[in-house]
Design a protein around this ligand. Structure first.
Ligand SMILES: Cc1cc2nc3c(=O)[nH]c(=O)nc-3n(C[C@H](O)[C@H](O)[C@H](O)COP(=O)(O)OP(=O)(O)OC[C@H]3O[C@@H](n4cnc5c(N)ncnc54)[C@H](O)[C@@H]3O)c2cc1C
Length: 386
């Protein structure tokens, strides 16, 4: 029997690939692989520049996963037969520059720099002139910045394409169907309504039911259905909409990720090796709404132009809205949740960053200090799950 991975986004595919590499029989089930949030994501691997005052557990997970990225990308490229090695997934590590305009922004950057210093994170405070020396296309009104030189980024669309190729080369079956429920030992009539059941543990998970009624038996089911996970098990995961756009430039406008806050709203720009410039992203609590709106795009372009005026000259290549799988504490939910079920969901703003660590935790490849991080994202923190 096989391990069934429900969901073929960056998380599910990474888990499937690491399990397959370890010689374990796996099957991936997804009606539209690589089409969820992973298709929208900018691909920043930026645990340092994204740190917030209340999210230290997430920082520890992010730093551990970032350390895994170079080897993960190199092994993936080799497995997928990409001749350019890790460059094939556009892994770049020139850092993130967080810029400020007004006195308030500068004060906030100073505070953030002090906080990062306390955490031992390597950041450098720069003047406006130093920022423009690094990135000449920045607006003259930029008055200062914070450089997180260790941050990196990757092209998530190339990553998921490489994962699909690597899985195909390892003959891992991909079932293009929607899972409608989990099969449980004590529930032969249908899938259990939820994991977080009252009145005792749920029965052992024995497989999945597919749209149309077919069943797929499994030794273990790994639930990696992103924002849709709560429909299959009672996990506290909700969709957080993000609109994002891609511009095309004859030559790269920036050499590193640039982010800033314009009129109180955050915006970032991520340059790709092929001249593409990603501008993101909105954060909206609108359920499963994936409409791209004029207002969302207007705000992104307006704010991006404040940072880098030259963006308005670029060709518009792509606009999309994705659904981040949010959790109450912004930390993913990864680990066993009762007999026969493993959760790998709730990666919210950081699923691309956290994919290598998540895959290692699920595949049992994380030991020592890293293994200790498992407790931070354990499903058990949301109550008894069995
Ligand atoms: C605009 C935007 C920008 C982002 N930028 C970044 C970033 O810079 N860095 C970063 O690390 N993260 C970023 N993220 C977050 C990141 O995209 C997510 O955390 C990550 O993609 C989650 O991956 P996933 O595989 O869990 O979910 P998804 O990629 O959403 O994949 C879930 C998969 O499950 C499948 N599925 C759903 N229901 C079922 C079912 N019933 N049966 C079978 N399959 C099912 C779907 O078809 C889908 O393919 C961003 C997200 C957005 C929206």
């Amino acid at each position: 029997m096989v391990e069934v991975i429900v969901g073929g986004g960056v998380v599910g595919l990474s888990v499937a690939w690491r399990l397959a590499r370890a010689g374990r029989p796996v099957t991936v089930v997804d009606p539209d692989p690589a089409g969820g949030a992973s298709h929208a994501a900018a691909g920043m691997l930026a645990p340092v520049s994204e740190v917030t005052y209340t999210e230290e557990p997430l920082l520890r997970l992010g730093l551990a996963s970032l350390r895994r990225w170079p080897a993960f990308a190199a092994e993936l490229a080799a497995d997928a037969g990409l001749p350019e090695g890790a460059h094939g997934v556009d892994l770049r590590a020139e850092g993130t520059l967080d810029v400020a305009f007004g006195a308030d922004d500068l004060a906030a950057l100073d505070e953030l720099a002090a906080f990062m210093d306390k955490l031992g994170l390597p950041v450098e405070r720069l003047t406006g002139r130093e920022c423009r020396r690094l990135e000449p296309m920045l607006a003259p009104s930029v008055r200062g910045g914070l450089l997180a030189a260790g941050d990196a980024w990757v092209d998530p669309r190339r990553v998921t394409a490489a994962l699909l190729t690597a899985l195909e080369r390892r003959h891992v079956p991909l079932v293009r169907a929607r899972v409608t429920g989990l099969l449980r030992e004590d529930d032969p009539e249908g899938p259990a309504a939820g994991l977080l059941r009252e009145g005792g543990p749920a029965g052992r998970v024995t497989g999945v039911r597919l749209e149309g009624g077919a069943e797929l038996a499994a030794t273990t089911v790994v639930l990696a259905a992103g924002a849709w996970s709560a429909a299959l098990a009672g996990v506290p995961v909700r969709p957080v909409k993000g609109q994002i756009l891609r511009l095309r430039s004859p030559q790269p406008l920036l050499t590193r990720c640039v982010r800033g806050s314009v009129h109180g709203s955050p915006v970032y720009l991520v340059p790709r090796g092929d001249g593409e410039l990603v501008v993101g992203a909105t954060q909206e609590e609108l359920g499963f709404d994936t409409r791209v709106t004029a207002g969302g795009l207007y705000e992104l372009l307006r704010d991006a132009r404040e940072l880098v005026p030259g963006v308005t000259e670029l060709e518009l290549a792509d606009v999309v809205a994705g659904l981040r799988p949010g959790t109450p504490d912004n930390v993913p939910i990864v680990g066993p949740a009762g007999d026969g079920l493993v959760l790998a969901t709730g990666h919210h703003r950081g699923g691309v960053l956290l994919a290598p660590l998540t895959a290692a935790l699920v595949a049992g490849e994380a030991g020592g200090e890293e293994g200790g991080l498992a407790a931070l994202c354990s499903p058990a923190r949301f109550g008894e799950i069995a």
